[in-house]
Design a binder for this molecule. Sequence first.
Ligand SMILES: Cc1cc2nc3c(=O)[nH]c(=O)nc-3n(C[C@H](O)[C@H](O)[C@H](O)COP(=O)(O)OP(=O)(O)OC[C@H]3O[C@@H](n4cnc5c(N)ncnc54)[C@H](O)[C@@H]3O)c2cc1C
Length: 363
Amino acid sequence: MLLVERSPEAALADPAFDGREIALTHRSQALLRELDAWDRIPAGDRAPLREARVLDGASPFALSFAPEGRAGVPLGMLVPNHLIRRALFDAVRGADCATVLAGVAVEAVETSPAGGVLRLADGRQVRARLVVAADTRFSQARRQMGIATTQRDFGKSMLVARVTHEKPHGGIATEWFGHGQTVAMLPLNGDLSSIVLTLPAPAIEAMLAMSPEAFGADVTSRTASRWGAMALAGTRHAYPLVATYAHRFVGTRFALIGDAAVGMHPVTAHGFNLGLGGAHLLGSAIRTAQARGRDIADPGGLLRYEMAHRRASWPLFAATNAIAGLYTDDRSPARLLRGAVLRLGAALPPVRRLVTARLMEAG
Ligand SMILES: Cc1cc2nc3c(=O)[nH]c(=O)nc-3n(C[C@H](O)[C@H](O)[C@H](O)COP(=O)(O)OP(=O)(O)OC[C@H]3O[C@@H](n4cnc5c(N)ncnc54)[C@H](O)[C@@H]3O)c2cc1C
């Protein structure tokens, strides 16, 4: 297997902090263990997520998601994205299962029933029996393969940064929908959280440019001192909020995985989890084809991967977009509706159990 990655090898071996804290489900943790990556993430950098609460504006009402009947078992674990990347890269090197060609981009992809060809930025050509693209939600390979995408631009950006705060978070993640802004606080170890702010792009630019002191004061006031005074603890990062869903996940000798297949809005924290699940499904399809003496790009196997991954991802993608749309819309009907949705969710324990079970599923 050959892995082509445009970042230089040094950036893969020791990636820089990118602001993302990934809420890993129990299933993702199990998959990372299987891939020999989990133990490569320092235990002190994994933070248990004990409960998630959703708040709406100034309303004292909170919708809570907490594990039921499994004392001491967290909903999930928060792990910084760059440490997941580092652990996976270490695991690949340790397993000696792939050659990594780093520091060179793929410029063009072409496939036919006879095989696939990648043209690299340094002029080299690589031939492959199966081409798998995981080149971001704006995948160039997907476009070159003529695969269309449903795209939703939320017209806002997200700023992520670590902050220290005076009051403890108790291991509780809070998603707070206020007027004109959404704030999420993700609990890390100690009195440290990742603050995630959703705002129009110019407001995000202004917050990136603030001095650390002014930023601390601004987020303290935006969170109404709920966690006491806050101080910036590291770098700030911004991401545009665009969700994408590929119309097809496979083609002739070709498959899409990760964000290139499904680029989720981060509000429900499922993008990486889905990507890992999808890669596992594709791996199973390839192993089954091999075990039956078939080509690894067997169209039947690729189609089974596509169907299974669509089944797993489409309902979540649609629900996440609906939630993100509802909570970033400040017109009064949406505001009324989200208050009602919160109350309905709280009154219907099965809804809460469903969300909780999805996070905790181990299978
Ligand atoms: C703020 C934020 C918070 C998030 N929180 C969560 C969460 O809590 N839980 C969760 O499950 N998910 C979360 N996500 C989503 C998660 O980060 C992504 O789903 C995941 O990182 C996508 O991984 P990927 O490998 O598919 O794509 P990427 O991480 O985008 O990696 C793509 C790689 O392809 C390389 N590449 C691109 N083009 C080329 C080319 N032409 N040639 C060679 N290499 C190329 C790039 O250099 C890059 O290394 C969050 C996302 C954001 C923005």
